[in-house]
Design a protein around this ligand. Sequence first.
Ligand SMILES: NC(=O)c1ccc[n+]([C@@H]2O[C@H](COP(=O)([O-])OP(=O)(O)OC[C@H]3O[C@@H](n4cnc5c(N)ncnc54)[C@H](O)[C@@H]3O)[C@@H](O)[C@H]2O)c1
Length: 429
Amino acid sequence: MPTTQSARTDTPGKLGILMAGMGAIASTLVAGVEAVRMGTGRPLGSLTQLALAPGATTRNPQKLYEYLNLNRIQDLVFGGWDITPGTVFDSATRAEVLDPALLERLRPGLEAVEPMPGIHDPRYLRRAEGKRLKPESNKYAQAEALRADIRAFKKQHRLEQVVVMWCGSTEVFLTPGPAHQGIGIFETAMKENEASIAPSMIYAYAALRENCGFVNATPTLSVDLPVMLELAAEHHAPVSGKDLKTGQTWLKTVLAPGIKQRMLGLNGWFSMNILGNQDGAVLDDPAAFRSKEESKLSALNHILQPELYPELYGQMSHQVKINYYPPRGDNKESWDTIDILGWLGYPMQIKLNFLCRDSILAAPLLLDLALLTAAAQRAGWSGVQEWLAFFFKSPQVRQGQPEHDLSAQYQKLTAAWRALAEAAVPVSR
Ligand SMILES: NC(=O)c1ccc[n+]([C@@H]2O[C@H](COP(=O)([O-])OP(=O)(O)OC[C@H]3O[C@@H](n4cnc5c(N)ncnc54)[C@H](O)[C@@H]3O)[C@@H](O)[C@H]2O)c1
């Protein structure tokens, strides 16, 4: 039975979601939405599908998607790009996240989504080959080709609004450089095939030039650059990133604030992960791991503020390891050993062992980010959406430091929902 979400007549209609990189997390999103539409799965983990509106009561259990007038799940149209051949059915099968029997039932919907050829630079992704590529080798020409794809997708599906999400493999670590400082410089640098311009940035550039909201689901810089903020302002596009807060970091940002609120000390947090999916294979490259490490490490320092509380956290050793271990596939296992200090400095230990499923945790976050980004754009909000920090390991900010504490992030999120509900308009810009 298809699900019908609402009887409202002023719903915003169809929304296009284009994903650059359609591997495990993207295919799990597309398959999950298809399963929900067919009534064979429930969207657990998705705030936009299951949360109630602020102030909801048993007598008035209004759903968040009604309150914010979000695009309905039956109105989503998926597409994207990938450098690996095959349809989304093929990538979902390769990813081994969902049961083959479920995928078989979803096959027609998944086979209908065939990613477009992508752009690739082996300097930024050393552990995977590009086998389905656009012919253009100049970076500016690549951006123009991606822009043409977005326009064609909009036209084909009669879409007013499209959100683009970077869901590709983690690129090697990079810091912002001179070529990323302004639109003119960036465009000249693309024309000159400047080495510091990574594929994820070219997708972001193309999306923003086409007035699309942009979400960076990975630790890669992508849209976290001055040039992109200039473009976002010029094109009235909301942007957010970086790196979905799925498993270990999610728990870290729940637990660490509790330790600090009790004024307990902490002198060590050792985080281990084993995973065997393609993401794990890419992160086995130390240069790609560095991007992930930066994003995973940032949370604790921000939450515990060792500079303000040297007595409690000044000696803290925080280490994160990720090991590629093929037998586990997408079913990641993480261990955290946390060394805390109590009254008179007596040591205690907390052990966490999380047997999670990477893409099962990531897919609902992607859905929420796409729907909330689209709603933000309809409300006229552009630039960095700091209220979406709840969804990210290393939240992108306009300036200053990001908020990492999950409950503080949740408060900001719900405050933004109230503002968004007031500003919500049914028709896209
Ligand atoms: N799985 C999680 O829980 C999780 C959480 C947070 C962030 N992430 C990040 O999300 C990203 C995707 O994760 P995944 O598990 O789906 O990985 P994956 O390896 O299954 O999928 C990545 C896909 O991107 C494609 N790709 C790589 N470079 C590309 C390019 N330049 N253009 C187009 N396509 C390209 C690959 O061919 C592959 O299909 C990774 O960067 C990962 O670190 C994942």
